[in-house]
Ligand binder design. Structure first.
Ligand code: PLP
Length: 347
């Protein structure tokens, strides 16, 4: 089992789904904006909505150009393929998404090798480990080409200063750097900084629109004009050149305008939920941005899952005795109240 494993779906009506923030559905306003979107053929570079989305995020993150991709997995894959050749190496964290949860795409499709380092308690890497992992130019070794970091990691926001130190160490040895910012705006919300600040040290950064931001599809890869031009060719090669996808970009633009500012509400709810679990004295609880991780004996998890399922609340399966509960915009006030009450009762 892993943290993405589907839990048991309740047979009654689902009132909220806490497996992930990917479960959000486009609301009526977002659908209206999608229906009205101006579109064109994006492979010809003629979709005004996609052009606007790419330019908006490039501006917001302080990069020259952007590329609309089908998913964050595709953005990350394209970032690696654009900056790393066959037999060359990406240095990253052992539990980071690019290494653990992307089906080995960079290795399978790009012949790229990973050196995955232990992740520290704060979700980052140790600079000594990164320096040690960067290989000499020696025929025995793959060429170390790219350092790939993640923010947030398991909900944990990592300070810009911590990332900058790691990036500087990599750059001093000629490596490029990528940030998997699937939940970048959760990080900026926790840290109270502009997205630009977190994106600044990196050559490329990917941002997901279909997690807490509530768009149905999409991710954008940002970087210099040069790297984005290479990325565009890779996207075509991977079959990711989409045509009138402006209907999707319009949802992304709507999400950026309307759903970033509300992320703190998800964080507050995660804190409240962590508080209830902590007060029960059962197991250990960790909360970070919109996520709560509850580690306790499986019999407790089983009871909680069953009781919540009866009320239409879906939870994911436990990963090594740890259950992940994720807050997002489609958890209604009523559902959250029910969740809190049932948890208090059961525990
Ligand atoms: C979810 C996630 C991805 C992959 O996103 P998809 O859009 O599901 O492909 C990549 N990186 C991180 C850190 C994620 O949480």
């Amino acid at each position: 089992m892993n943290q993405y494993a589907a839990g048991a779906m309740p047979s009654n009506k689902v009132i909220c789904d806490l497996r992930s923030d990917t479960v959000t559905k486009p609301d009526a306003e977002m659908r209206a904006v999608m229906a009205a979107a101006e579109v064109g053929d994006d492979v010809y570079g003629e979709d005004p909505s996609i052009i606007r989305l790419e330019a908006t995020l490039a501006e917001r993150l302080g990069k020259e150009a952007g590329l609309f991709c089908a998913s964050e997995t595709q953005s990350n894959l394209i970032a690696m393929l654009s900056q790393c050749g066959r037999g060359e190496e990406v240095i990253t964290g052992r539990g980071y998404h690019v290494h653990k949860y992307e089906a080995g795409g960079a290795s399978a499709l790009g012949g790229i090798v990973f050196d995955a380092l232990p992740v520290t308690a704060d979700g980052s890497l140790k600079v000594e480990d990164v320096l040690q992992a960067i290989k000499d130019d020696d025929p025995h070794f793959p060429m170390s080409r790219l350092l790939s970091l993640e923010n947030t990691h398991n909900g944990q926001a990592i300070a810009g200063e911590v990332m900058s130190i790691l990036v500087s160490a990599a750059q001093a040895h000629g490596l490029s750097t990528h940030l998997d910012g699937a939940r970048l705006f959760n990080a900026t919300t926790v840290l109270g900084v502009e997205a630009k600040q977190l994106a600044d040290p990196f050559d490329t950064i990917s941002v997901c629109l279909s997690k807490g931001l509530g768009a149905p599809v999409g991710s954008v890869l940002l970087g210099s004009k040069d790297v984005v031009a290479r990325a565009r060719r890779w996207r075509k090669m991977l079959g990711g050149g989409m045509r009138q996808a402006g209907v999707l970009a319009a949802a992304g633009l709507y999400a950026l305008e309307n759903n970033v500012e509300r992320l703190h509400e998800d964080h507050q709810r995660a804190e409240a939920l962590a508080d209830i679990l902590l007060k029960s004295g059962i197991g250990t609880v960790k909360q970070a941005s919109n996520m709560v991780f509850w580690q306790c004996p499986s019999r407790h998890i089983g009871v909680v899952q069953a009781q919540l399922a009866q009320r239409g609340i879906v939870l994911s399966g436990a990963d090594h005795g740890v259950m992940r509960l994720v807050m997002h915009k489609d958890v209604s006030d009523a559902a959250f109240t029910t969740l809190s009450h049932v948890l208090q009762d059961v525990l």
